[in-house]
Write a protein that binds this ligand. Structure first.
Ligand SMILES: CC(=O)N[C@H]1[C@@H](OP(=O)(O)OP(=O)(O)OC[C@H]2O[C@@H](n3ccc(=O)[nH]c3=O)[C@H](O)[C@@H]2O)O[C@H](CO)[C@@H](O)[C@@H]1O
Ligand SMILES: C=C(OP(=O)(O)O)C(=O)O
Length: 430
């Protein structure tokens, strides 16, 4: 078993470089399935979700070659199946993008239901509604696999999403890129990774307009050429380091970022009393100047405050005097980690979608990562807490954070990863 162990209480100082965005990488890699030539993808984060989706493509016949730690060459031409039903597919959320990509390429797809972080129910009704409007017949097989089939014709459609959904917007873009005619997506999500995916597809010859607004128009094309493409910086990883700098009352420079993607996070930190200096591709967060203020936060689809930074900011607010209220408006059940922060002395009560946080002192404790960003929240709490925090289930953290231990070490944190022998059952004799 592996754990992250932190001796807390040291403010962070120095510089850290953000990796490529997880949620862009895990959409762009399956999008390569639609391409008619090989592609090179750069600035790929070194995380387990990327390895998993790359392995899934390889199992389907794609030639995948790791050029270096952050670059993948993918030749999708040898893929000769529209089935992805093995266990790895269930190991991550974004594997459901294979539904849109395979429908787009083969007009048929059979893909296992996805996994990903557990926030209660994560429905895919809007994805399936869109595929059906484009001519697919969707069936849930044995409660575990979605089979989407067509009689050959797969065409554009006007799809109005009942809810703003990142996954459905991406999946429908993938399905529509090579479909016959025009697809119009209304009430579409506007996250930076949606724009990145559209830029990637357009660089290959797709015809997508409006990504980043709530109406996206896609005219189907016949051929997508191979390209070299570099993934955008990770907004959420950047937001995590920003929260960590504030929580430890430190001052850090975060490089390889897009300031525009961080506006909701920067403005919340400024409201708390942090000083933020923005450059073209860097941001400095300075929390050394004055005591921080309590704030309220409501998570929203982009450009609102991202739900994927909610746990990290709850950890930060647990250290800030006064009562802060966080309203999680995207997910029904994204506070499962709160009981772990409470072990560390945080005073948080959860009422439905609200977390009410009474800021104070944190003390090191053994805690677990209950999901990816919950794990990041434990790291932030551990960096602030008096004493030692050990975090288990760090495989969740490694789903989405490249080199998290070395990056925090470079900011002066006393943090390390340890390997513990697995507990063996010792047989007893009568
Ligand atoms: C791999 C990836 O990019 N994951 C992100 C993606 O997840 P994901 O794409 O799964 O999240 P969505 O944006 O689709 O979900 C947003 C809301 O819409 C609801 N919904 C979604 C689809 C659907 O068919 N029906 C429906 O009701 C969900 O229950 C949720 O309440 O966006 C989330 C919201 O920013 C982030 O937390 C995840 O990190
Ligand atoms: C929830 C997340 O990821 P996923 O949708 O892949 O579970 C996340 O990145 O915070």
């Amino acid at each position: 078993m592996e754990k992250i162990v932190i001796n807390g209480g040291k403010p962070l100082f120095g510089e850290v470089t953000v990796s490529g965005a997880k949620n862009a990488a895990v959409a762009i890699i399956p999008a390569v399935v639609l391409c008619d030539e090989p592609c090179r993808i750069e600035n790929i984060p070194n995380i387990s979700d990327v390895s998993l989706i790359a392995n899934i493509l390889q199992d389907m016949g794609a030639m995948v070659r790791r050029v270096d730690k952050n670059t993948l060459d993918i030749d999708p031409r040898p893929i000769n199946t529209w089935e992805a039903t093995h266990d790895a597919v269930r190991g991550m959320r974004a594997s459901y993008y294979l539904l849109g990509a395979l429908l787009g390429r083969f007009h048929n797809a059979k893909v296992a239901l996805p996994g990903g972080c557990n926030f209660g129910v994560r429905p895919i009704d809007q994805h399936l509604k869109g595929f059906a409007m484009m001519g697919a017949h969707n069936e849930l097989v044995n409660g575990a696999v979605i089979e989407s089939t067509t009689s050959g014709s797969f065409h554009g459609a006007r799809v109005y999403f009942d809810t703003v959904s990142v996954g459905s917007t991406i999946n429908l873009m993938l399905a529509a890129v090579k479909a016959e005619g025009q697809t119009i997506l209304e009430n579409a999500a506007k996250e930076p990774h949606i724009v990145d995916l559209a830029n990637f597809l357009n660089s290959m010859g797709a015809n997508i307009r409006g990504a980043g607004t709530d109406v996206i128009k896609i005219r189907g094309v016949d051929y997508l050429r191979g390209v070299t493409y570099s993934i955008i910086p990770d907004q959420i990883e950047a937001g995590t380091y920003m929260a960590a700098a504030a929580a430890t009352r430190g001052k850090i420079t975060i490089r390889n970022i897009t300031p525009k993607h961080l506006e909701s996070i920067s403005s919340k930190l400024m409201e708390m009393g942090c000083e933020i200096e923005e450059y073209d591709e860097a941001v400095i967060v300075d929390a050394t100047k004055r005591p921080l203020n309590r704030v309220n936060i409501k998570t929203m689809p982009h450009p609102g405050f991202p739900t994927d930074c909610q746990p990290q900011f709850v950890a930060l607010l647990s250290t800030v005097k006064g009562t802060s209220i966080v309203n999680e408006s995207v997910w029904d059940n994204r506070y499962q980690y709160v009981s772990e922060l409470v072990r560390m002395g945080a005073k948080i009560s959860v009422e439905g979608r609200l977390a009410i946080i009474e800021g104070g002192k944190l003390t090191g404790a053994p805690v677990k990562a209950t999901d990816l960003r919950a794990g990041a929240a434990m790291v932030i709490a551990g960096l602030v807490a008096d004493g030692t925090t050990s975090i288990s289930n760090i495989n969740y953290i490694e789903r989405g954070y490249s080199d998290v231990v070395t990056k925090f070490q470079s900011l002066g944190a006393d943090i390390k990863k340890i390997y513990l022998p697995d507990h063996k059952h010792i047989a007893t004799t009568a």
